[in-house]
Design a protein around this ligand. Structure first.
Ligand code: DX5
Ligand code: ZN
Length: 212
């Protein structure tokens, strides 16, 4: 499977979002949207109305990363707003994980399940074959521009060992640059989120191409 690059708009200029999205559009097919509620993570970013506005100006595949408590409550809203993939955190859903997966599927959206650096792959082993994508956080979620946590990379292999799905998307998010991308793709990650590395580079095209 070709490596998917999903630029994170968390590092973009929010006053010029359309322009920022158009900058990456020629080189990628996905866009990563970080939704933070100030509870699940210690930061607040963007929500449903922004996703709705983004949907109107781009045909990119909207990869929506919900870093929020009680995600099941917001699945319908983000789906209606135009998300193509809804990724939620296992730590936020816990015993409602199956229900949340079902809700996303009812909305005909792709399903992503994410774990924070301290959560073990073993904890989500029963869900790996029920979803389209597993997101391995390689930093503590909440902020862009943090350093890649090397110890998280081995989770890629662990996920692969549990997976029975050749099409499973294994996504990594946090501290991805040309060097850490290589570590992850060598282990079997096939989807890379990058915010700071892409949006704060002098040449966006080259930055994106250096990840593939
Ligand atoms: C962090 C977010 C990431 C963030 C990555 O909580 O989930 O998507 O934008 O940023 P970089 O690539 O700068 O580490
Ligand atoms: Zn993210």
């Amino acid at each position: 499977m070709k490596t998917i690059i999903s630029p994170s708009i968390l590092s973009a200029d929010f006053a010029n979002l359309e322009k920022e999205i158009k900058k990456i559009e020629p080189y990628v097919s996905w866009l990563h949207i970080d939704v933070m509620d100030g509870h699940f993570v210690p930061n607040i970013s963007i929500g449903v109305p922004v996703v709705k506005s983004i949907r109107k100006i781009t045909n990119l595949f909207l990869d929506t990363h919900l870093m929020i408590e009680n995600p099941i409550k917001y699945i319908d809203a983000f789906s209606l707003a135009g998300a193509d993939l809804v990724t939620f955190h296992y730590e936020a859903a816990k015993d409602k994980t199956i229900e949340t997966i079902k809700k996303i599927k009812e909305n005909n959206k792709k399903v992503g399940l994410s774990i924070k650096p301290k959560t073990k792959v073993e904890e989500i082993k029963d869900y790996i074959n029920l979803v389209d994508l597993i997101l391995i956080m390689t930093v503590e979620p909440g902020f862009g521009g943090q350093k890649f946590m090397d110890e998280c990379a081995k989770k890629i292999t662990e996920i692969k060992n549990y997976s029975k799905n050749d099409n499973l998307i294994i996504q990594v998010d946090g501290g991805i640059n040309d060097k850490t991308a290589r570590i992850c793709t060598n282990l079997g990650a096939n989807c890379l989120v990058a915010g700071n590395y892409i949006y704060n580079s002098d040449n966006i095209e080259e930055a994106i191409k250096s990840l593939i």
